[in-house]
Design a protein around this ligand. Structure first.
Ligand SMILES: NC(=O)c1ccc[n+]([C@@H]2O[C@H](COP(=O)([O-])OP(=O)(O)OC[C@H]3O[C@@H](n4cnc5c(N)ncnc54)[C@H](O)[C@@H]3O)[C@@H](O)[C@H]2O)c1
Length: 441
């Protein structure tokens, strides 16, 4: 697809979203000064509920006023958990509250539009990443500030839509913060300050690990037990972690955190990736055999100027866990593997973080709300879009067995999102990728 075609297509998608919302009355959108922050949460699972709790502890004059999820059992449980926070001392002290009558708890595939239009000025996006481009565009088209979980896209077309949304948010002066929370964590900020000001010397190499064990999966029975129809779509949305169109594979879903730290350290995105991976621990017929994602990746990312980053991520039960980042600089290596320390090349610490760390999950909301109230909103969407595309580039090289450039990943025609969604549609499960056979599109 030519750049012109891609721009036109993205414009049409944006126009369609804006058009769909134009017929609905949109209430006051900005939340400048001391105006109450009225939060709407889209995606009411673990993180959406957790982010609701976090935002209520982040700043004064915050109310959670709308929630939405595709499943009613999820909105019910989120609502019940959040309503209990009205008894929380700190929430009360801040003058915050949860105001969630049944009529502002939305379910279904269009729940995101209903939340956006429920009188909110601050939208939390915490559903599966595959929906993020659509939901980000809709929230920003409607003039809302956004806290978005990571990753923000799972393929090239989705990333292009998010970059468009970034530009639109800039023009409208909307605040956007992302759930790459290390960027709001004191220990990381202190280390980055020193990497960026050259205290440790020039960056020469980096590594990023999210090596962990197995992950959850949910059976079709589980949906039926919760009173939901177990259609193909319902099953895939309930098990969103296991499908590329919803999650981007675990290199995107989880490892994006560590890739983001490396991009942050060096101040740019990689230009090329060469990688490999496979699916070893989820054989057909095994209890955890759901979906088609890999369970291990190892990718060499190259940056302009010749610096490389070694990335590994694994979800294999019984293996050794290591979730950390390291940046080798001329005078020593900073690493988060054990503490947050920089050692010279004889192993002697030359700096370590000894202060008290903060709660980045709360801080990210504090920073976003403060910036909105000051009239100088932060916008982290470009950074997180670039880190999401870094992960996509790693997946593409590992799935295909070909080297993949940044431009190939960004301009990829592989739109993983189904053309249209309905509860009763047939939604087959793609085969597991085979390097050397799976094409690069
Ligand atoms: N920043 C972090 O440290 C962190 C930690 C955990 C999760 N997350 C991110 O949060 C997101 C959600 O993860 P989770 O652990 O809460 O998963 P979860 O499965 O607990 O929740 C996801 C929810 O989204 C709902 N959903 C599915 N499709 C939807 C749609 N189209 N619209 C609205 N809701 C939909 C599901 O029903 C479910 O309730 C993921 O992107 C994940 O990467 C970030």
């Amino acid at each position: 697809m030519s750049k012109q075609e891609s721009t036109r297509r993205d414009f049409l998608k944006t126009a369609a979203v804006s058009g769909a919302l134009a017929s609905v009355a949109i209430p006051a959108v900005h939340a400048a000064g001391d105006e109450v922050i009225k939060v709407g949460i889209i995606g009411c699972g673990g993180r959406g509920t957790g982010a609701g709790d976090n935002v209520l502890h982040a700043a004064p004059n915050v109310q959670v006023v709308a929630i939405g999820d595709v499943f009613k059992f999820r909105t019910d449980s989120c609502r019940n958990t959040l309503l209990k926070l009205n008894q929380n001392d700190q929430v009360k002290k801040l003058g915050n509250k949860v105001d969630l009558p049944e009529e502002r708890c939305f379910t279904g595939l269009d729940c995101y539009e209903k939340v956006i239009n429920a009188g909110v000025n601050y939208v939390i996006l915490a559903g599966p990443p595959g929906f993020r481009p659509q939901q980000l565009q809709a929230a920003i088209a409607a003039g809302k500030n956004v806290f978005t979980e990571k990753p923000v896209s799972v393929d090239g077309p989705g990333t292009r839509r998010v970059l468009d949304a970034y530009e639109e948010a800039q023009k409208k002066k909307l605040g956007v913060a992302a759930g790459t929370q290390r960027r709001h964590q004191t220990s990381y900020l202190e280390a980055m300050k020193r990497i960026h000001d050259g205290t440790f010397g020039e960056v020469t190499a980096m590594r990023a690990y999210w090596n962990g064990n197995g992950i959850w999966f949910r059976t079709r029975d589980d949906l039926a037990k919760k009173g939901e129809k177990s259609t193909d779509l319902a099953y895939q949305l309930h098990n969103w972690y296991h499908f590329v169109w919803t999650c981007g594979d675990h290199i995107a879903e989880q490892h994006v955190h560590n890739l983001d730290v490396c991009n942050w350290a060096i101040g740019k995105h990689p230009i090329k990736a060469v990688g490999m991976g496979s699916r070893l621990s989820r054989p057909v017929g095994a209890p955890g055999e759901v979906g088609h994602i890999f369970d291990n990746f190892a990718v060499d990312f190259e940056y302009e100027g010749g610096v490389h980053m070694l990335s590994m991520c694994r979800q294999i039960p019984g293996t050794e866990a290591n979730v950390s980042e390291a940046v080798a600089c001329a005078k020593g290596q900073w690493s988060t593997a054990k503490g947050n320390v920089t050692r010279d090349y004889k192993g002697t610490p030359i700096w370590s973080f000894t202060g008290r760390d903060n709660s980045p999950y709360v801080q990210e909301h504090t920073d976003l709300i403060e910036s909105i109230r000051k009239g100088a909103p932060i916008n982290e969407l470009k950074n997180v879009a670039e880190s999401s595309l870094t992960a996509v580039m790693g997946r593409l090289t590992s799935y295909t067995g070909k080297a993949v450039s940044w431009d190939q990943a960004l301009n990829s025609k592989e739109d993983t999102f189904p053309k249209q969604l309905s509860w009763d549609m047939q939604l087959s499960i793609p085969p597991v990728a085979v390097p050397g056979k799976t094409p690069l599109v």
